[in-house]
Structure formats: C-alpha cells, structure tokens
Design a protein around this ligand. Structure first.
Ligand SMILES: [Zn+2]
Length: 107
C-alpha cells in the first residue's frame, strides 16, 4: 500500500487519498503512467506564465490558469477548457507536510 500520492504512478492506486481521504480519479498520462487527480474538473485557460499543472487529453500540461473566484474576470472572452488537477498539488495534508518540511529546512 502506498503512503501518499505522487504526480504520477506506474499503477493505479486507491480511489481515496491515503492522506486527506479526498476522492481521486486516475488518468492515464503518457504511455504507461497514471496520475491521481481530483474528481471535480477545473475550468482552465492558456497562460504561458502560469506554473500550474493539469491533466488534459492524456498529458500533464503546464501554462494554464485555473478559474477561481478571484480571477474570473480574466476568463471573459478567452478560450477555456475543462481539465483535471493532479491531487498532489491540491492535497491538503500533503501541502501541509511540504510547508512543514520547507520550514524545517529554513532553520
Ligand atoms: Zn490528499
């Protein structure tokens, strides 16, 4: 049993994040890897400056902006599409752990 989710895995894992218990969907990316994603799709637009990653048409892509309550105005008149967000970027537990790790390393 795996202990956490990564960006990609060689096998599909559980339907629930082992850390925060969020529901996951597994999407095949590339030839032989799977990416655990959040179940709810997000609305995206292309933005070359954005470091965000999403799974779109079987690939992990970057350079997309994800719709939030704050940036909704940027989406007016833009070409948009739905994509899935890799759970590794949204996992509350993992984010907490990585913040803690970053803090420890600063000391
Ligand atoms: Zn999680």
């Amino acid at each position: 049993m795996q202990e956490r989710v990564y960006l990609t895995h060689f096998k599909r894992g559980m339907d629930i994040c082992p850390q925060c218990e969020a529901a996951l969907v597994w999407r095949k990316v590339g030839d032989r890897k799977y990416c655990p994603c959040d179940r709810n799709p997000v609305l995206c637009m292309w933005d070359p400056c954005s470091p965000l990653h999403v799974v779109y048409k079987g690939e992990i892509i970057t350079g997309v902006k994800i719709l939030t309550a704050q940036n909704a105005g940027d989406f007016i008149g833009q070409r948009t599409f739905y994509a899935l967000q890799p759970h590794v970027f949204t996992c509350r537990k993992f984010r907490y752990l990585s913040l803690k790790y970053a803090k420890q390393n600063q000391l």
